[in-house]
Design a protein around this ligand. Sequence first.
Ligand code: MN3
Length: 202
Amino acid sequence: MFEQIKLDYGFDALEPYIDTETMQTHYGKHHAAYTANLNKLADQAGKTDESIEDILAELVEIKDIELRTGLRNNGGGFYNHNLYFKEITPGGSNLPSGILAAKIDEAFGSFDSMKEKLTALSIGQFGSGWAWLSKTSDGSLFASKTDNQDNPISLKTGHTPIMCIDVWEHAYYLKYKNLRASYVEALWNVINWDIVAELYKA
Ligand code: MN3
């Protein structure tokens, strides 16, 4: 049984960067629906015992195209939002230090350049999707974007996501309307770099 990550903060705790109604809808409706659908589809596919990472990495094994697409979209939606809601925290955190800071500098030149790169990917994504900060097999960092609920795992890039930015309109439209860039700028204020560092070291 796949379960949504439990939030250790209230729906109103990310104000003013992410508004209460968006959190209620995003976590309580959208993420909840992806999770319920994933559980149904994983059962149909006989994959309730597998990790979500394994399901997403092995989608090609599923011969039924409709079932495969359903698991790609809903399994992705489940995984992506678990990371998203895990990596945000009221007030954000201290900026990266130690190994994560070093790897950011190595890949992007500086923390600010990394933010600029991910912001540009987020704004440049046409339609719904995500921007990603991932760890590659040699431990370096890589920035990318994906369509819909795809992610570096379902696309079999070999990279492990450690941070993501949801750029579906449901993530920002209630407060920011068409201003995706304003939402992305605000989101940086609530990123928990301690969690990102933990995911890097895992
Ligand atoms: Mn979303």
